[in-house]
Design a protein around this ligand. Sequence first.
Ligand SMILES: Cc1cc2nc3c(=O)[nH]c(=O)nc-3n(C[C@H](O)[C@H](O)[C@H](O)COP(=O)(O)O)c2cc1C
Length: 376
Amino acid sequence: MFNRPLAENPLYNDNKMKIGIIAMNCSHGSTISQVEGAWEMNWPDTREVAVMADRAGFEALLPVARWRGYGGPTNFNNRTFETYNWAAGVAAVTEYSCIFSTSHVPLTHPVAAAKQCATIDHISGGRFALNVVCGWFKNEFEMFGADWKEHDVRYEYATEWLNFVRRIWTEDGEFDFQGRWFDSKNVWSEPKPIQSPMPPVMNAGGSEAGQIFAATQADMNFVILKERDIEGGKSQIAHLKNMAKDAGRDVKSWIHVYVVCRDTEKEAQDYLNHYVNEKGDFEAVNNLLEIFGMQSETLPNEVLDEFRFHFIAGHGGYPLVGTPEQIVDEIGKLIEIGVDGMLISWVDYKTECKQWIDEILPLMEQAGQRAPVKKL
Ligand SMILES: Cc1cc2nc3c(=O)[nH]c(=O)nc-3n(C[C@H](O)[C@H](O)[C@H](O)COP(=O)(O)O)c2cc1C
């Protein structure tokens, strides 16, 4: 079990479309709505969904790093489990899925982060991965009194941070580290992670600086698809993969999807309309969009309305809405675009994850998008 090759991590299996779950560690998950059945977020439900997904062969379970809510009647994402602890707990109750932690690089020192990651890699038996984020919500940085750096400098900081973490993961014996931000003597950490040479890293940078960071430093790029048609999506993903290739690297592309699956298309659309237009928390979503710098001063109203809709529906993710057959057809298009994996959010993770496993997974297998699940 020790020194497990990275290729054994399920992130590297042969399935054409890998699947995972995002934001289960946050109240309301990725849905900014007051609709009944929204995700309360507690440990028994988390464990139940994690185990269900793990047994069904989901490749990834990923928490969002969030330290405070966005206000409004839901105070969206105000209750969250801390991401390293969440990952350790989920790792202990699962057997197959890759378990991510998400780390705000300016809020965790590399020496602590490297050891936290190694610990979870051991608990999971070599199934850990790290999602590196630089921060986009100033108010939570103010809680730490942390330095809020100019946008592109955050990615320079993240590069040094990750280099330092990777040295700790891989170098035997003590070493000194001297960089622009870190000056550490006699650095030492044991045990090393189980995965060899080291655990995989994901990043969701969308800006030019973020894309360069993902292409040159990460193993997976978490992409927000700007164009939702095949040609637009294809060229965006190809651009990102080519950036990585030019740096001599192979970087996989993952996206976030929100899913509303019902027996008929009309039922799915009606439910989407209900939880977004009738029950949406418009105050929280406006706060969130303002934090992203998306306001009526910067964007035309129609564009803002569309953003608002997708953020309430699923944190700006790509919509998979309709019958199981329609959803599997749409996944076929995403494969054509070059998407390697998708992280899913639902309004109600418990019932809708079960529905995905019962009704959508078998169709994905029939369509050749995934191999049948090996019973664990
Ligand atoms: C699917 C997805 C998940 C993200 N998760 C987090 C997170 O957990 N915490 C966080 O502070 N930022 C998160 N981000 C924000 C990104 O790290 C990044 O800051 C954002 O996409 C903007 O890109 P930029 O930093 O290059 O401007 C996420 C973004 C996406 C698309």
